[in-house]
Each structure stands twice: as C-alpha cells, then as structure tokens.
Design a protein around this ligand. Sequence first.
Ligand SMILES: CC(=O)N[C@H]1[C@@H](OP(=O)(O)OP(=O)(O)OC[C@H]2O[C@@H](n3ccc(=O)[nH]c3=O)[C@H](O)[C@@H]2O)O[C@H](CO)[C@@H](O)[C@@H]1O[C@H](C)C(=O)N[C@@H](C)C(=O)N[C@H](CCC(=O)O)C(=O)O
Ligand SMILES: Nc1ncnc2c1ncn2[C@@H]1O[C@H](COP(=O)(O)OP(=O)(O)OP(=O)(O)O)[C@@H](O)[C@H]1O
Ligand SMILES: N[C@H](CCC[C@H](N)C(=O)O)C(=O)O
Ligand SMILES: [Mg+2]
Length: 489
Amino acid sequence: MKLKDLNGIPALAISELGEKTIRGLTSDSRQVERGFLFAALKGSKADGVAYAADAVARGAAVIVTSRGAKLGNVSVPIIYVDDPRRTLALAAASFYKLQPDVMVAITGTSGKTSVASFTRQIWAQAGFASASIGTTGVVSPKRDDYGSLTTPDPVELHRLLRELVEEGVTHAAMEASSHGLDQRRLDGVRLFAGAFTNLGHDHMDYHATVEEYHAAKLRLFTELLPKGAPAIIFADDPFSKPTIAAAEQAGCTVLTVGRKGDFITLKRVEHERFRQHVEVHIAGEIFEITLPLAGDFQVANGLVAAGLAMASGVPAAAAMRGLERLKGAPGRLDLVGATEDGAPAYVDYAHKPDALENVLTSVRPFTTGRVIVVFGCGGDRDKGKRPMMGEIATRLADVVIVTDDNPRSEVPATIRAEILAAATGAREIADRRAAIQEAVAMMKTGDTLIIAGKGHEEGQTIGDVVLPFSDHVEVAQALKDRLAREKGA
Ligand SMILES: CC(=O)N[C@H]1[C@@H](OP(=O)(O)OP(=O)(O)OC[C@H]2O[C@@H](n3ccc(=O)[nH]c3=O)[C@H](O)[C@@H]2O)O[C@H](CO)[C@@H](O)[C@@H]1O[C@H](C)C(=O)N[C@@H](C)C(=O)N[C@H](CCC(=O)O)C(=O)O
Ligand SMILES: Nc1ncnc2c1ncn2[C@@H]1O[C@H](COP(=O)(O)OP(=O)(O)OP(=O)(O)O)[C@@H](O)[C@H]1O
Ligand SMILES: N[C@H](CCC[C@H](N)C(=O)O)C(=O)O
Ligand SMILES: [Mg+2]
C-alpha cells in the first residue's frame, strides 16, 4: 500500500512521500520489518523515540512521531503529528480496510465483557454472524481465542477486524477500556453504536482523578461515535446522568435502559437461585422473561446488550427471546459446582470494589447460611482498591479469606496487609490453592462460596513468572476432595 492511501497522515507529508510503499505498521520497534511505518510513541514506561534507530535498522520506511520529539539523526523520513497514537489508529484502519458492517463498543467500569458476550449471543440468535472482542478473548462462529488486553492495540485490532470480515462476520461487539480509549486504540473503528454500563473505582493508578477516568470513558460518545449514532446508557448508575448529558450534547441518539430507562424500562425482578424473572416495558409492550443467570447486575448487563441489539435492527421480541437463552461470560458469577447438600461455589471476576459489592449483594437473597468469600488484589495495580475491597468483604460476607491474586512485582504479604487493615476478622491464607481448599472444606448447608478476582484467568503472576492456575480447576478439585473425604468418613 502507498503512504498516500493511509488515513491520518498530514497532507504535506503525503505530497512529499505519498508514493512510498508501506508494508505494515507497528509501535514496537521489535516488530518492525522492511518497509514498515514505525510510530514512535511516548509510553508509560519508555519513549518509543529511543527505539527509532532500532526500527530503522530493522527496515522501517518512515517514522511517525509527535511534534517536538527529538529523534536525532535517522536515515528515513520523519512525519511529525499532533497525536501519533491517533494517527497510528487511523492508518491501521485504512491499511487493513475491512471492518464488520455493524461495530459496537461498550465502556464502563464493570460489565463490559458480559455485555459484549451477551450482544454477540443475541445477534447470533437473530441470525447474524457475530463476534465479541475483549478481556476473555475473541469469540466468533469460527473461533474462541483466549485474550489478554481488554481493548487490543490498534494494529492488532484492525488485523483482527479484517480477519473477522474474511470469516464472514457482519456484527461485532468490543470492549472499550479507559486505557484503550485514552490511548486512541479505537480511534479508527467505524462504530455504529456505543454503550455505557456504570462507573466505579478502578485504574486510579493510571487516571489522576475520577473525573479524568470518566472523561476517558466519555471519549467514546464525545469523540468516537458519529453524530446521531445510538448511545445505549444504563440509567440507574450514579454516573448515568452526566454520561447521558455528555452523549446528548455530542449529538448521539441516547437510548436509556434500566428502572429509570425509557428505551427498555425495567419494572420488576424476582430472584431465584440460578435465574431471575424480569418484567420490562418496551414502547408500550410488556415482556415477561426468565434470565437464566444469577446476579442483579446481569439484569443490567442483559438490558444494555438487548438495547445494542435492538438499536442495530433486532426486533424487541427477538432480543427478549435472546435474553432467555444467554450463557454467562466465562468466570462471571460462574457456577463451578456444589457440595453434596447443594451449597453452590462460584468463580467471579470481581477485582474492584463495586464489582465485589455487587456480587456479594447478589448472592445474599438466596443464601440461607453464610456467604464465604476468598479474594486478593493484584500487584502493580491501583492500591486504593485494597482497603476498599477489604471493607466491602467484611461488611457483606460472613467469612472472609484474603489470599494472593497476581502479586506481580510487589511483595505479596504487603498487598494482603493493605487489604487486611480494613478487613477486621478476616483470615489470611497466602497460597490461593490452600485458601480455596479451606473455604470449600468449611461449607455447610445453605452457604454460598464466592472465589473472586481471577474469573477466566489461567495463571497466577508472581514476579515475571506466570504459573498455571485456574480458580475453576481448583474449586472443582476441592469439591472432589471434599466428597472423597465425606465418603471415606
Ligand atoms: C499502561 C498501558 O496501558 N500500556 C500499554 C501501552 O504501552 P506503553 O505505550 O505505555 O508502552 P511502554 O512500555 O511505555 O513503551 C513505549 C513505546 O516504546 C515501544 N518500545 C518499547 C521497547 C522496545 O524495545 N521497542 C519499542 O518500540 C513500545 O512498543 C511503546 O510503543 O500501549 C501498549 C500497546 O498498545 C500496550 O500493550 C500496553 O499495555 C500494557 C501491556 C498493559 O498492561 N496494559 C493494561 C494496563 C491495559 O491496557 N489494561 C486495559 C484495561 C483493563 C480492564 O480493566 O479491562 C485493557 O484494555 O486491557
Ligand atoms: N453491571 C455490573 N455492575 C456491577 N458489577 C458488575 C456488572 N457486571 C459485572 N460485574 C462484576 O464485575 C465483574 C467483571 O465483569 P465483566 O468482566 O463483565 O466486566 P468488565 O467491565 O469487562 O471488567 P474488566 O474491566 O475487568 O475486564 C463480574 O465478575 C462481576 O463481579
Ligand atoms: N484488566 C484488569 C484485570 C485484573 C485482574 C486481577 N486478577 C488482577 O490481577 O489484578 C487489570 O489488569 O487491572
Ligand atoms: Mg472486560
């Protein structure tokens, strides 16, 4: 492809260098090949400018960087732009060209993965070839790939979108993390609609204030959605109002869902142990449906997903039928098994305060005994979450076991101590396997066990090493061991 065919490149550079052939793009010098465009980006740990020479040595044809960056002497042309991350995203979109016809993005502190998965499932039920992209990976009719980042790097993202189109996918739902929005990873995506779930405490190590964190999320509506595009907003969150105002001001067509919602109005919810009966009103019509998932928050996520599906052409009745057949996203209030007398054990991805509060509150109505929770907090991540989660766990659970969850480069005992400082009466069991064994062993009739924080994850990161570890596997094993002990006794 010629440089002149890439979006985001300033006109002057096109007039001088437009005929140059570009064979690929990247912001990582280690991935540069002959003829690549290298974007030298200032990051959180390093400055890509320092790797310009490395990129040239590997064959870069041209470098894009920010105005004022000092590159020294390099032997290839340099294009200076105001926002190189955005330029890279726009260029990647034009390089890979193809995107599914209907692309939607979901932002919010919690619920993104679930809503992306639910939207894909409702579309699929309605007959569309659909995909979801996010924390748990990429799912389409032809693939189920394990993921890493919530919102992939723009080059990887656009390569993926092209592959999905080549597979025949017409509809895709993706997560828009605040990092992804802030770092312009989605700027080249041709979005049909956006959605907002809620805003709580997370990533305060990256964003200076809650306002800045909210503003990063609002970029989806204020800068990325085209004028008039549907913005599906959950109406019952403390941050719904300012989000609705910002989306309206940006010219989006705001469609609200929830108890205070106008597009889909939630009227009544009756909880059962593993499902919920829900009554909603849509344009004067009453729907009574059974959502086959536990947890209040799954009703919210279901309505946001139904809103996205309806905004993109699925009839209300079909969207409601879709809700009745949903499968939870892996590791989200995921029932792994139960003790011999029926006490359930769930794995859940709550690794931030509001999520933990929601999940513990959700299981209370069907718990006649004790709520037991096992959790920890990640190292090298927002430290403010630790005492908040300690306090929530002790307030809402009857038995709290604090353990390790990806300590990364930090001292695990220090992380636990920061949680325990606000968790009076909690027990400390450093080894996550031992903590799960202990929790399963203490379960009695009527109890509910929640193993929180890792959800779908398949590893425990200690230092730089990722040891294989799955809460699912451990809980299932602990239940088996318990059964064997009971039988032997
Ligand atoms: C803090 C953060 O978001 N970092 C992301 C960011 O990296 P960065 O720009 O800060 O990178 P850096 O290490 O400072 O390096 C600066 C530049 O030098 C380049 N470099 C570096 C070394 C070298 O030899 N050559 C070279 O060219 C790097 O490629 C980079 O372009 O841009 C990279 C490319 O897009 C991402 O891979 C990287 O994600 C890291 C791995 C990460 O852990 N991110 C997490 C925090 C994240 O993004 N999480 C969100 C939210 C999760 C959620 O709550 O759902 C997500 O969307 O997943
Ligand atoms: N709508 C919601 N409101 C509050 N908590 C929720 C909601 N949806 C999910 N949760 C909680 O948050 C956890 C993560 O859910 P999910 O993966 O869908 O969110 P996410 O926004 O993708 O999170 P992440 O940013 O960590 O990828 C769930 O396991 C549950 O504990
Ligand atoms: N996307 C989140 C995942 C956190 C999951 C939790 N298990 C942890 O390691 O803190 C993050 O990177 O902050
Ligand atoms: Mg997610």
